[in-house]
Design a protein around this ligand. Structure first.
Ligand code: PMP
Length: 395
């Protein structure tokens, strides 16, 4: 970076514009590079400048229980949810985290840290296919407070538990609710993808514990900002305690940038005039996702049944006031049973993606990011189409 320029998101794949034929395409992670172009062109209203003497203190608001949350971010988060209509925030606590990944750790701590020193570890479950980071996050410290117990559908241990519900789901885009449904369970809703570019906003979510992230709402994954919306003061207090102990709060620069961008999105909708903003972010990103899914479905169809995709229902979106289908951030491809290894099949065609076993299901499934740069996505479609040719020519 000797010229001081930053690498574009998605460039870590090593495949620049006009992806070369012999380079691998990395679609393993959901790096949201496709939204970059919008923000590059969006103009100064979204820019931030921070002076050398600003945002220096650890503290953001000593009058708030969440003392490290910038008041401007609190305001922008609540404003955006009101605008989109996807989550209730009135009378709720907002806790900011370094991505929703840190908030997930904080919530596991908050729900499992009782007073008794010799309690059994609390079971943590999620219906398969589940987000592959859940077992990792739950297991990395081999905590005595909680323990990953895998697929919620086969969970039959007595006693209290935590169920993680991701909706729309990563990896398969399905709309989900809890499956264990016992009185002694706590449900954590990970709503990272409950935004209009991915799915219809069918209701205002109003759960006890909801997690959202800047990474997937606007694509600013590098800022590492997530937020929890919580009904219970005690859960909020313990999550804040976790943040205090693990990182003494959350970067104020990142919070400042997030508050500016989320606030400016809201301003745009409130005073939408073509000369200010030709197309608002959620319309733009939804249009992009529809286009990509159309192209992918076409490529899969031309593949003659080697791969298949999940079916999504059409729902009325209260935000866009029209019927729309879910268009997830990931394609959850299933190969024919006899081909066995979907990840290996893609890898042989220089497409790196994440196989089903990481998500608690069989390896005929593979998850492919739909959020790459345009040239990378087009190269993926080309390689996907070539798989049909490769297999046919081998008999
Ligand atoms: N939850 C889900 C379902 C996700 O897909 C992701 C990102 N891949 C996260 C949480 C974490 O997001 P972040 O830490 O970037 O906020």
């Amino acid at each position: 970076l000797s010229n001081g320029t930053l690498p574009a998101a998605g460039s870590s794949s090593g495949s620049g514009p006009g992806v070369s034929l012999d380079s691998s395409i990395n679609l393993d992670q959901g790096d949201p590079a496709l939204f970059e172009e919008y923000w590059r062109k969006a103009g100064e209203r979204f820019n931030v400048a921070i002076g050398g003497g600003e945002l220096m203190s650890y503290f953001s608001n000593l009058n708030s229980m969440c003392w490290f949350l910038l008041p401007e971010l609190d305001v922008s988060v609540r404003r955006l949810h009101r605008l989109i209509g996807n989550a209730a925030t009135e009378g709720r606590h907002v806790v900011v985290g370094t991505g929703s990944t840190q908030l997930l750790q904080a919530v596991l701590y908050a729900l499992s840290s009782g007073d008794s020193p010799d309690q059994e570890p609390l079971s943590v479950v999620c219906a398969a296919p589940y987000y592959s980071c859940y077992p990792e996050v739950t297991g990395i410290l081999r905590s005595g407070l909680y323990k990953w117990e895998g697929d919620a559908r086969s969970f039959d241990k007595d006693g209290p538990y935590i169920e993680l519900v991701t909706s729309p789901n990563n990896p398969d885009g399905s709309i989900r609710g809890p499956v264990v449904n016992r009185g002694d369970g706590k449900v954590v809703y990970d709503l990272a993808y409950y935004w209009p570019q991915y799915t219809a906003i069918t209701h205002q979510a109003d759960h006890d514990i909801m997690l959202f992230t800047f990474s997937k709402s606007t694509g600013h994954a590098g800022s590492r900002i997530g937020w929890a919306i919580l009904k219970d003061r005690e859960v909020a207090r313990k999550m804040i305690k976790f943040m205090e102990v693990t990182s003494i709060g959350v970067s104020k620069e990142a919070q400042f940038r997030a508050s500016k961008i989320l606030g400016a999105i809201c301003d745009g909708y409130e005073s939408l005039s073509p000369e200010v903003l030709p197309e608002s972010f959620f319309e733009y990103s939804k249009r992009l996702m529809i286009k990509r899914w159309g192209k992918l479905e076409e490529a899969v169809k031309l593949g003659g049944g080697i791969f298949s995709l999940p079916k999504f229902s059409r729902e009325y979106c209260l935000f866009s006031t029209e019927f729309t289908e879910t268009r997830p951030a990931f394609a959850w491809l299933k190969c024919k049973e006899e081909l066995k290894d979907a990840e290996g099949l893609l890898r042989a065609h220089k497409v790196l993606a994440r196989g089903g076993s990481k998500f608690g299901v069989d390896p005929t499934f593979v998850r492919v990011s739909m959020l790459s740069r345009e040239d990378v996505f087009d190269a993926f479609l080309e390689r996907l189409s070539a798989i049909k040719g490769g297999i046919m020519s081998n008999g």
